[in-house]
Every structure is written in C-alpha cells, then in structure tokens.
Design a protein around this ligand. Structure first.
Ligand code: SF4
Ligand code: F3S
Ligand code: FES
Length: 247
C-alpha cells in the first residue's frame, strides 16, 4: 500500500540547505528508490550517485537521519511511520552537489600505499601459503570501497587538518593486509605509524560499526597493526639498530 512520507534532502553545495519533499513510498522500497522517485516526479536535477542497487558497488553512501549508510540498503520499513527522513551527503568529504561528494581523498590515500613486494628470489610456483594466511585477509577483501568508515572516523571528520597525515581505517586496513602477507618483504610497521597516521587512531571503533560488509576493521586489522608497530618500537634490537643508524 502506498503512503506519503516527508523527506528532507540536501540541495546545493556546501552552502546548500535541506529542502522538504512529500513523496510516495511503497512496500519493500529503500531510500534510494525514493530519491529516484523524486528525480522522476519532482526534481529531475537531484544529484545522487549509485550503480548496483544491491549493496555491492559502494556508490550510494550518504547520511540518513545522521547515520552513514548505503541508501540502496536502507529499507523504508525500518523507519517509524511518521518519521521524517533527512538525507545529507557524507560530511567528511567536500560536497560537489546535492548528495554527491568529492571522494578523491580516498583514491589519493590508496595510491600512497607501496604495492605488494614479494621476494625477488622466490621463483613463480615456489611459494606455498598456509590456509590460515589465505583466510585472514579474505575478510578485508570484502571491502566495497563505500568510504562509510572513512566518513565516520572522527580523526578526519572533525579535523580537516589531519587528512594529510592520516589514511583512514580503510587504507590502514590495506596496510595491515599487506603486513600480514607472508610473502610481502616490505616492513610496513614504520610507514604505518609515520606516513599513514596509525597513531591517530584511538580505537573508537566507529568505522567497524558502520561497515556494511561487517568487516571487523578495528579488531582484525587496526589493533593487530598497532601491536606489530609497538613490537617494532620496543624491540631492543630495533632500538639498538636505530641508534647506530642501521634502521
Ligand atoms: Fe566500506 Fe567497510 Fe570498505 Fe570501509 S571497510 S570502505 S565501511 S566496505
Ligand atoms: Fe577512526 Fe576506526 Fe580508529 S573510527 S579512530 S580508525 S577505530
Ligand atoms: Fe551500489 Fe548502493 S547502489 S551499493
């Protein structure tokens, strides 16, 4: 049965404002369906990014009633019948227009991570991986690059000035994944601290809470990476090496 719902949708750039719409909602619909209905019936120039409508491309991220979510996975039936739905672009990235942000910060951070560095002495086919080493990073590979974790982390959400020195949970997770790979010869613990800002993370776990793939970002990647970085820092051999200029 169709009902009428009130939506407040962000319009314009950073100086924009919410505009109120009354719009039809049908059983089984998600927030992205309603935004498409608004485009089709009331405001054809509403800018919204989406692609798969199946929770797998990571394009339709936005803030719905203050919570970072995928709009294609936000079922209308989960809101109270009289609840106004307020839709805002991700707050951590510059708004281009309406619900579309410039997320290039994330691509820049991805490019800064040194790629997989296998031992050149290992011939193709010689390396054998333990099943445990295969399984551990598989969780991280479920990432759909929606940037909801990046958006919610207070280190950059509340402090624009930290963006230069902090890669955010998604890319620290990538560093952790490479550090865990038994065939990767690069020591990523020092760069994680010094170049990617691992020390800025104070384990608030907000990133983990919003991840639509339910990746345990904090427990399974950030904390193990912090432990490895701490081992390195307090390892007496490393300390001596750094003193005599070897590391
Ligand atoms: Fe999105 Fe989760 Fe990947 Fe972060 S780790 S970008 S929240 S899928
Ligand atoms: Fe930020 Fe996640 Fe750490 S939200 S502070 S990266 S645990
Ligand atoms: Fe692809 Fe929502 S449209 S995740």
């Amino acid at each position: 049965m169709a009902t009428e719902r009130t939506f407040h949708v962000w319009r314009g750039d950073a100086d924009g404002e919410h505009t109120e719409y009354t719009v039809e909602v049908n059983e089984g619909e998600v927030v992205l369906d309603i935004l498409h209905r608004l485009q089709a019936t009331q405001t054809p120039d509403l800018a919204v990014r989406w692609n798969c409508k199946a929770g797998k491309c990571g394009s339709c991220s936005m803030e719905i009633n203050g919570r970072p979510r995928l709009s294609c996975m936000a079922r209308m039936s989960t809101f109270e019948p009289d609840e106004t739905i307020t839709v805002t672009p991700l707050q951590t990235f510059p708004v281009i227009r309406d619900l579309v942000c410039d997320v290039s910060y994330n691509y820049q951070k991805a490019r800064e991570i040194p790629s997989f560095t296998p031992d050149p002495e290992t011939k193709p086919g010689d390396f054998r991986m333990q099943q445990a080493d295969v399984e551990r990073p598989q969780e991280f590979r479920k990432c759909i690059e929606c940037f909801l974790c990046q958006n919610v982390c207070h280190v950059i959400r509340d402090h624009e000035e930290n963006k230069e020195n902090f890669s955010g949970p998604r890319y620290l997770m990538r560093v952790a994944e490479l550090e865990m790979h038994p065939e990767d010869t690069a020591d990523r613990r020092k760069v994680a601290q010094e170049d990617f800002g691992l020390g800025y993370c104070n384990i608030t776990k907000c990133c983990t809470e919003v991840c639509p793939e339910h990746i345990k970002i904090t427990d399974n990647s950030l904390i193990p990476l912090k432990e490895k970085a701490a081992d390195r820092k307090y390892d007496p051999v490393v300390w001596l090496g750094s003193k005599i200029g070897l590391r």
